[in-house]
Design a binder for this molecule. Structure first.
Ligand code: ADP
Length: 486
């Protein structure tokens, strides 16, 4: 039997312990999926106050007298099927609020220090800090882990291979030059081909500069980020490193997202019997305060409320929705202006539009299982997970033609309908007019129930699991170590 490959995965959040977005879903699901391909993943994350109580039998595997300004230790634990290392540094992480912000929504002022500490811990573990554990590969996710490849490089000596995965290029982690000494990087690292980034320290930039391989979460996004329009200041570096960049689409956890056994649904259902979706639609209408109407086209939205997600366009396109007699259920958290916009829309169309502001996992499931269509009008979208959940739950996705949305939904154009391969509505340009046209096309398709059901069934047949993507990551790891594919 060939030895198993050891990967240290480094990220600031992991489902189900702590989640603010898709990143947590991905790093939470990959370890289980990779195990089948001979890869053992241990995930390193900070020990936030909110997860302290969820861990049992954590044991200390390393003690630091002082680490980034205070005492700290590395714990090892197993929780929710995940093997974990936790960076227990109370002065950095033992706080109320989410991983990045205070409870009032302000960035923690020392985020530069906090996530440099995470990356530093990753690099140290990569170099054998924990007795009996030597990973072959350190896999860094997003800017919070981005400095790890830089630390490993500047430390010198033998080091494990590194992979940097970009889940969203919009979040880059840029901190002032003065931070350099505090985070323990040498002065010589502050250069163009080091960690310097437009006069500051770039955490994601550092990862992209020094990682042996770069991946992002869909092939289409991997191509888009090479352009100045989508490259967000990093396209030059990405073009220079294009030969080590690839796109691997995300999957979803098909146990967590399983319409046959989903406790959050009023009625479970399957591809064979989608009938119970009607009961979920009724439950959703009731829970959101929408009019009980089995025939209205009910759109769902499950999202962060941010410019990226194109929800301002949806607010402007609401007349098209009203005109078709449709309903809208929005679950979102984030931008206060967008919240206000949806609150006003809901108030002026009672029973028609409804919103819930906050983070609610079970409502997200009910929306996927009860809405007829799921709207994702993103301006850019590295992969997108909600449309994958929608495919599996029979909510026909209506998405913009960007990033991973374009890679995962097949537009119901004439040819795709005739060939029986359509899975949703895909639109461009990503403008109010583009979205309005898509809403009109969706309403037209919905008015042809047989065709609608075929599109819905095609979506439900898609393999949105981690099996394929995990295999690609395993292949990537092996190729990095000079082995054949799995
Ligand atoms: P992003 O990571 O950009 O926020 P993704 O589509 O990749 O977007 O992932 C979003 C994940 O977070 C999905 O699992 C989605 O169901 C979930 N999600 C987003 N907003 C909410 C919310 N307000 N309540 C519950 N779940 C949410």
């Amino acid at each position: 039997m060939s030895p198993r490959l050891k990967v240290l995965s480094v990220a600031s959040e992991i489902f189900p312990l702590i989640k603010t977005g898709g990143l947590a879903d991905v790093v939470g699901a990959l370890p289980g999926a990779l195990a089948r391909y001979g890869v053992d993943v241990v995930s390193l994350l900070p020990l936030y106050a909110s997860i302290r109580d969820k861990l049992t039998l954590a044991k200390t595997v390393h003690l630091f007298d002082r680490f980034f300004g205070g005492p700290a230790r590395i714990l090892s634990a197993r929780a929710d099927g995940l093997d974990l290392f936790l960076l227990d540094a109370p002065h950095l992480f033992d706080r109320q609020g989410n991983p990045y912000q205070t409870s009032t929504g302000r960035e923690w002022p020392d985020n530069g220090l906090r996530f440099a500490a995470l990356a530093r811990a990753a690099a140290l573990i990569g170099k054998g800090l924990v007795p009996g554990y030597q990973p072959h590969i350190v896999h860094c996710h997003d800017w919070q882990a981005g400095l790890a490849p830089a630390y490993l490089t500047y430390d010198g000596g033998p080091r494990p291979k590194t992979v940097m995965t970009v889940h969203n290029l919009a979040f880059q982690g840029k901190y002032p030059y003065d931070t350099l000494a505090q985070i323990g990087l040498p002065a010589r690292s502050f250069v163009y081909d080091g960690v310097e980034y437009f006069g500051s320290i770039g955490y994601l930039k550092a990862g992209l500069q020094f990682a042996d391989r770069i991946t992002t979460v869909s092939p289409n996004y991997a191509a888009e980020i090479l352009t100045p329009e989508a490259g967000m200041g990093l396209d030059g570096l990405l073009r220079a490193r294009a030969e080590v960049l690839s796109g691997i689409i995300n999957g979803i956890d098909t146990q967590v997202w399983n319409p046959r056994e989903d406790k959050a649904l009023a009625a479970p259902f399957s591809l064979r019997d989608v009938g119970p979706r009607g009961a979920n639609k009724a439950a959703l209408q009731e829970r959101m305060g929408l009019r009980a109407d089995p025939d209205a086209l009910l759109y769902g939205v499950v999202t962060r409320l941010s410019w990226q997600k194109g929800l301002d366009l949806l607010l402007q396109a609401l007349p098209a929705l009203t005109a078709s007699g449709a309903q809208l259920a929005v679950l979102g958290a984030g931008d206060a202006d967008l919240e206000a916009g949806f609150r006003t829309a809901a108030a002026s169309h009672p029973g028609r539009f409804a919103c819930y502001f906050g983070y609610d996992e079970s409502l997200a499931h009910l929306i996927q299982g009860g809405a007829d269509a799921l709207l994702v009008p993103s301006r850019f979208e590295p992969c997108g997970l909600t449309q994958l959940c929608a495919l599996r739950y029979g909510a026909v996705p209506v998405v913009s033609r960007v990033g991973g949305l374009a890679d995962t939904v097949i537009d119901a154009n004439e040819m795709a309908l005739n060939s029986g391969v359509a899975t949703g509505i895909v639109f461009q340009p990503v403008t109010v007019d583009g979205l309005t046209a898509a809403l009109n096309r969706t309403a037209a398709l919905f008015s042809r129930p047989e065709e609608w059901r075929r599109v819905q069934a095609n979506g439900m047949k898609c393999d949105v699991s981690w099996a394929g993507p995990a295999r690609r990551y395993a292949d990537l790891y092996l190729s990095l170590l000079g082995h054949e594919t799995v």
